[in-house]
Design a protein around this ligand. Structure first.
Ligand code: ATP
Ligand code: MG
Length: 362
């Protein structure tokens, strides 16, 4: 039977935030604990982070440990999930070099995520080649581990499309070698792309609009109380807008029925709370206080686990070192298959040497 393998990861450009949590991390931990997967690879994408942070290697370096601590504190278990660092697996770079021959410049230019990110980073006038081609390197990351499932947020859809195209192209030119991956998006639509506390479309490290998993309880509260809501909901008695209102989107992403019993028993569930807000008579402060309670309940155990791991940083680096070794071995296997398919395995191919010898035999 075909193996079930997961590959996913994050860029070490900052600490992880609650958008990462609902978009991908929470799901990863569930998948890990389901026991349904043969292998789970979780990658800290430092080489990718350098494609738009080439002049700031210190930032990338310092955030390796932050991302690793966030992983462990969310419940990723190094016994079950292989945590590794992208740059420590040179086979990935080698694969990218060969995949580049299978992708056109115009195809990369059409990638909507790359387009949006170029704009966000003011790269329009001058795009680093490495950044422009990072979807190809993502295809290498995914295919190197023969991943079948890639649990990520919605912004990664174009990357998975691009990867599938590379897989098809490679297999049709060189013969069946690479495995086609499937994207696994969050089921809850609020989690596809969690907005920032400022109401911007995406909570993102680069936009400074995040609630971080490692924020203190006071920081979380401050951020929640300062959140953007419906700008026309000025007085308590005014009807409020629920759609597109970040506070309600966060409640969609985080709140469960039990939270109502515990923190807001006068409402049965989120539907009732939304209905009251929409007809007027419910103030933002009350909703925000509830959201704060919900978030604290979810984040408190994460914070506690982080505290424990922070006491043993060398052990965390050791986990990443061992994980990178395991990842190298897996990627090497795929690279050998790729090189054989591409006919560049000269020294492993006795038939080639024999045939050439015969050709020149006098
Ligand atoms: P950067 O700004 O450096 O790109 P980022 O915040 O976008 O950082 P990434 O490391 O690029 O984070 O993304 C890691 C994973 O988290 C991806 O699977 C991505 O889809 C998911 N993700 C990131 N932001 C969100 C969000 N706001 N909502 C849901 N998922 C998200
Ligand atoms: Mg991103």
């Amino acid at each position: 039977m075909k193996k079930k393998i997961i590959l996913t990861g994050d860029r070490p450009t900052g600490k992880l935030h609650v958008g990462h949590y609902v978009g991908s991390l929470r799901r990863r931990v569930e998948l890990q604990n389901s026991g349904e997967f043969d292998k789970i690879y979780i990658m800290i994408a430092d080489a990718q982070a350098l494609t738009d942070n080439a002049d700031n290697p210190q930032k990338v370096r310092e955030n390796i440990i932050e991302v690793a601590l966030d992983y462990l504190s969310c419940g990723l278990d190094p016994e079950k999930s292989n945590l590794f660092i992208q740059s420590q697996v040179p086979q990935l770079t080698e694969l990218s070099f060969y995949y580049m021959n299978l992708v056109t410049v115009s195809r990369l230019q059409r990638n909507p995520t790359v387009k949006a990110e170029i704009q966000l980073r003011n790269f329009e006038a001058s795009i680093p080649v490495g950044f422009f081609t990072y979807p190809i390197s993502q295809a290498s990351d995914i295919t190197a581990f023969k991943a079948t499932v890639v649990p990520v947020g919605e912004d990664q859809m174009p990357m998975l499309e691009q990867t599938k195209e590379i897989v098809h192209k490679f297999n049709s030119v060189y013969g069946e070698t690479l495995v086609e991956p499937e994207i696994l998006l969050p089921e809850n639509s609020a989690c596809l792309r969690l907005p920032g506390i400022d109401g911007k479309a995406k909570m993102s490290k680069s936009l400074n609009n995040c609630i971080y998993l490692s924020d203190t309880a006071e920081d979380v509260k401050k951020k929640v109380m300062s959140m953007f809501t419906d700008p026309n909901h000025l007085r308590v008695e005014d009807p409020g807008k629920v759609e597109g209102n970040p506070v309600f989107i966060y409640l969609d992403a985080f709140s469960r029925k039990e939270h109502f019993q515990e923190f807001l028993p006068e409402y049965e569930n989120l539907e009732e709370l939304k209905a009251h807000y929409a007809r007027g008579g419910l103030g933002d402060v009350k909703v925000k206080k509830f959201l704060n309670n919900v978030l604290q309940a979810e984040l408190e155990p994460i914070r506690a686990r982080r505290n424990e791991w922070e006491k043993d940083i060398p052990a965390v680096f050791e986990i990443l070192k061992k994980g990178s070794q395991v990842a190298r071995e897996a990627a090497e296997q795929t690279l050998e298959e790729v090189k054989a398919a591409m006919k560049i395995n000269y020294f492993e191919d006795d038939a080639l040497i024999a045939a050439q010898a015969k050709k020149y035999a006098k």
